[in-house]
Design a protein around this ligand. Structure first.
Ligand code: ATP
Length: 233
């Protein structure tokens, strides 16, 4: 079910789940999430930091408590953004299937629920634990992201259809405008072109490590927290 702006479905409560390491949270996360919030008429987006992400190097991953503190400072004052410690509280690896199953169970029935991922993350979803179950359980919103060489074109999404059909399920088909791919028994996948912000946490950690300013790449409150705690040096 899609409920973009001005769609009658938009009257149903809409919730986005946005997972990541957020190491640290940056303007690329915030601006793109804000655009998704508005485009899909969501009530709120839950930012869910992973405690122990299966796909990331661990050596430069700062403690979850720091990442959560930065997240809370970054989204403070935005009623559309919520910080969730669901994965940080759970022991062991942070698997998206566990988070999605838990949250979909908890959410009131009738709510529109979406898992939000960037294009780079989506293009490796076939390596995620129980990814087929994720796609059966929840609609996805895939955001364009610059620098994702696979799958990127001027509209942000070349190559994604072939990837979906070859690596996930050949039963996906474009629904009319090619912004949504539908499947007979799984949930739809929506593509959302967002402002291209070539910002990554990797770059921010590197710049901070070189002692250079990360101002305007992250909110001021995040930059101040990193400075105060001496993170990424
Ligand atoms: P790192 O550089 O450490 O790998 P990252 O900047 O990719 O981190 P994550 O916390 O891993 O940040 O990203 C969480 C989610 O946000 C992922 O789905 C990712 O694709 C998406 N994302 C991150 N930055 C952007 C951006 N600039 N534009 C669009 N999506 C983004």
């Amino acid at each position: 079910m899609i409920a973009r702006r001005n769609d009658s479905n938009a009257r149903l409560k809409g919730i986005g789940l946005f997972g990541g390491t957020f190491n640290p949270l940056h303007m690329g996360h915030l601006r793109t999430a804000q655009e998704v919030l508005e485009e899909f008429g969501l009530d709120h987006i839950r930012f869910i930091p992973a405690s122990n992400p299966p796909h990331k190097e661990r050596h430069d991953l700062v403690d979850g408590a720091h990442r959560f503190a930065m997240l809370k400072r970054a989204i403070s004052g935005n009623p559309g953004f919520v910080a969730s410690d669901a994965e940080l509280k759970r022991a062991g690896r942070s698997y998206t299937i566990d988070t999605v199953s838990q949250m979909v169970r908890e959410l009131e029935s009738g709510a529109r629920c979406y898992l939000i991922v960037g294009l780079d993350a989506f293009m490796e979803i076939d390596t995620w634990k129980d990814y087929r179950d994720i796609l059966k359980t929840i609609s996805l919103i895939v955001m364009s992201r610059p620098g994702s060489s696979r799958g990127f074109r001027e509209d942000g999404f070349s190559g994604i259809e072939a990837y979906m059909k070859e690596r996930i399920s050949d039963a996906y088909r474009a629904d009319g405008n090619r912004h949504t791919f539908v499947h007979d028994s799984w949930q739809p996948i929506h593509l959302c072109t967002v402002t291209s912000l070539d910002i990554s946490a990797t770059t921010i950690r590197r710049i901070a490590g070189e002692g250079r300013s990360i101002r305007y790449l992250v909110p001021d409150a995040v930059a101040a927290y990193i400075d105060d705690k001496g993170l990424y040096t």
